[in-house]
Design a protein around this ligand. Structure first.
Ligand code: ZN
Length: 246
C-alpha cells in the first residue's frame, strides 16, 4: 500500500492543495498526524476535506484547543488568539468532529502515528536525545509523528542512532529505507506552517511493500494565504512567518 503522510496542516488550504496536486496518483491512502487547524485562515475547508479523505487521523494540541478540549492558558498570545478565532469560525459539525478525534499513538496497518511523541501527545521530539529516550518503548519499527513542524527524524539501526535529514534548498526529496530490525521515528514535516527554514509545504510518502519513505517538499502560494490571514483579522505575524518557513 502507498501512503501519503501529512501533519500540521494548520488550516492552510493552499499548501494542502499543492501537496495533493503533486502527490496525485502516487498514493492509495492518506494518513494525518494531527493539528488540522489553528493559525491558518481555512479551518472549515481543511476539516471538511479531512473528514472525507483521511484513512486515519489523530488529534493535535491545536485541534484540542480549537474545539474547547484544552485550556488556552498554555498557549502563547498569538496561538491563543488564533485558536479563539478558529473556534468562532468552525461550524458546529466540524467542531463536533474534531472533538471525536482519537489521541495518538494509533496503529495504522503495521505502523504507528503520533502527534508529539508516541509516549506523550504533547511532547516535542526535537533532538536525538529526545528520540533515544523514546526508542526503547516503541512497539513498531516505524512511527510517524508531527508537532515540531521540523521535517526529518531519527533512526536506530544496528545499535547506532542517527538523524534523518530533510531535503535541503533546491532538493525536493530525501529517501529512508525502513529496515524491519531497526526503529524509525519519522516526521513528515508541516504542510501548513513549516518551521525548518524552508517555506515549501512538507510531507512524506510511504510504500509499505518496499518499506521506503520519501520526505518531500513542494512550493505553494504562501502570499495568498498571508492575504487571507490579514483579511480574516488573524495576527499578521502568522502570515509573515510562512514566507520564511519559521
Ligand atoms: Zn502544529
Amino acid at each position: 500500500m502507498r501512503y501519503l503522510i501529512v501533519s500540521d496542516l494548520h488550516a492552510n488550504w493552499e499548501a494542502l492543495e499543492a501537496v495533493l496536486g503533486w502527490a496525485k496518483n502516487r498514493y492509495e491512502q492518506i494518513v494525518c498526524c494531527g493539528d488540522l487547524v489553528g493559525y491558518g485562515p481555512d479551518p472549515n475547508r481543511v476539516v471538511e476535506w479531512c473528514r472525507k479523505n483521511l484513512h486515519a487521523v489523530i488529534r493535535g494540541n491545536h485541534d484540542r484547543a480549537c474545539c474547547g478540549l484544552e485550556d488556552l492558558e498554555w498557549f502563547n498570545p498569538i496561538a491563543r488568539e488564533a485558536s479563539e478565532w478558529t473556534m468562532r469560525a468552525l461550524t458546529e459539525q466540524n467542531l463536533h468532529w474534531l472533538r471525536t478525534l482519537p489521541a495518538g499513538p494509533l496503529v495504522v496497518d503495521g505502523f504507528l502515528i503520533a502527534h508529539g511523541s508516541p509516549l506523550d501527545e504533547d511532547e516535542y521530539l526535537t533532538t536525538l536525545t529526545d528520540a533515544a529516550n523514546t526508542f526503547e518503548y516503541l512497539e513498531s519499527s516505524l512511527t510517524f509523528f508531527g508537532h515540531t513542524h521540523l521535517q526529518g527524524g531519527f533512526a536506530w539501526e544496528n545499535g547506532k542512532r542517527r538523524k534523518l535529514f530533510r531535503p535541503f534548498d533546491d532538493q525536493c526529496e530525501t529517501g529512508v529505507h525502513v529496515d524491519p530490525d531497526g526503529l524509525y521515528l519519522v516526521n513528515p514535516g508541516s504542510v501548513g506552517q513549516p518551521r525548518d527554514g524552508d517555506a515549501r509545504a512538507a510531507f512524506a510518502l510511504f510504500d509499505s511493500s518496499t518499506r521506503d519513505v520519501e520526505l518531500r517538499r513542494v512550493p505553494y502560494d504562501f502570499d495568498s494565504v498571508r492575504r487571507k490571514i490579514e483579511s480574516a483579522g488573524l495576527p499578521v505575524a502568522l502570515g509573515n512567518r510562512l514566507e520564511h518557513g519559521r
